[in-house]
Ligand binder design. Structure first.
Ligand code: ASP
Length: 325
């Protein structure tokens, strides 16, 4: 329940049972204002339009869940971003397939994978969370569910991404590209004024991936995990490496054991570095935030940053990296 509504309802019900007059009004209202938290929105990469949207909503009292959904939707709608939502690069057969997930402070989660023709997969993921007994819907079933829920079908392959795909077909080199010009998957964490954390992650996955491939982004624990008692984490980069280490879950558990968000992100990246002999050939990056609003981030290759909105100010923050060059 939203804090303001809770206050209204508690004071009304106290009055209703005749206790209102025994309590000094300041006692009723002091506690929530003391507990009020300065909201924060953080996201992978320099997606400041998204964190501004979420941060502004949080500052006007929105819940972390509403803010995180609307925040990542900014990038899903951005046709210039070819790795998220509408306008996302297709797989090698020309299909635009989207993956997304969302988690609420109560630990609930929803996810869609291999979703075609729906521009806002994060909102479908939220519907899966709220309207079904399931966590994840895939492919045709996810599309059918989205349509039942009132989402409109849309061709997501733009002229530009079709042209780029056709050019790619001429060479067909399947190489993951590091840092892809700072336009990548968006993973976002929001801390609202009640101190609750929600998160979301949405992507079109690796450009020209194999048909059917699903990465880390919609996998709870890999591309996103949070526990409202501890904090949350989001990942971006080579999804296969993030999935193999269940990176976001690992970070939250390390924070639970007392590590700072920065230390936890560093340890998660180091797990991959130690286990994958070819770690120099790909990028992975994490952003984490704990309940105090402390933020950390770490990646393999230099060039990753995270966007943040806090106290009315929007910033882009370069991340520390394992490799300096
Ligand atoms: N993690 C995403 C995936 O593997 C890609 C990305 O972050 O750009 O699907």
């Amino acid at each position: 329940m939203k804090r303001r509504k809770f206050i209204e309802r508690s004071s009304l019900s106290l009055a209703g049972i005749g206790l209102g007059s025994q309590l000094i009004p300041s006692q009723l209202f002091a506690m929530p204002s003391q507990n009020r938290v300065n909201p924060i929105a953080v996201a992978t990469w320099n997606f400041q339009n998204a964190t501004k949207m979420a941060g502004t909503m949080l500052e006007s009292g929105a819940s972390a869940l509403d803010a995180v959904e609307k925040g990542v939707m900014v990038e899903e709608a951005n046709l210039k971003n070819t790795t998220v939502g509408d306008g996302g690069a297709p797989d090698r057969d020309g299909n635009v397939t989207l993956d997304a997930c969302i988690m609420s402070p109560d630990g609930n989660a929803g996810s869609v994978v291999y979703l075609k023709e729906i521009a806002h997969p994060v909102s479908v993921a939220r519907k899966v969370m709220e309207e079904t007994p399931h966590v994840m819907l895939a492919g045709e079933g996810a599309l059918q569910f989205a349509i039942q829920q009132g989402f409109k079908r849309k061709i997501l392959l733009t002229e530009d991404s079709e042209k780029a795909w056709k050019e790619w077909l001429e060479h067909k080199e399947y190489q993951p590209i590091i840092n892809i010009e700072n336009h990548d998957t968006i993973g976002m964490l929001c801390l609202d004024e009640n101190g609750d954390i929600a998160g979301a992650c949405t992507t079109s996955g690796l450009s020209y991936k194999m048909n059917g491939r699903v990465g880390d982004s919609p996998i709870i624990g890999a591309g996103l995990f949070l526990d409202n008692e501890v904090g949350g984490a989001v990942g971006t980069g080579m999804g296969e490496a993030i999935m193999k280490s269940v990176g976001s879950f690992l970070i939250v558990e390390l924070m639970r054991q007392g590590k700072s968000p920065q230390e936890a992100c560093e340890e998660a990246v180091m797990r991959t570095v130690k286990k994958a002999p070819n770690y120099k050939d790909f990028q992975i990056a994490y952003v984490a935030m704990n309940k105090k609003g402390e933020i950390g981030s770490y990646c393999i290759h230099k060039g990753f940053s995270y966007a943040k909105f806090y106290n009315g100010e929007s910033t882009n923050n370069p991340s520390k990296s394992y490799l300096e060059k």
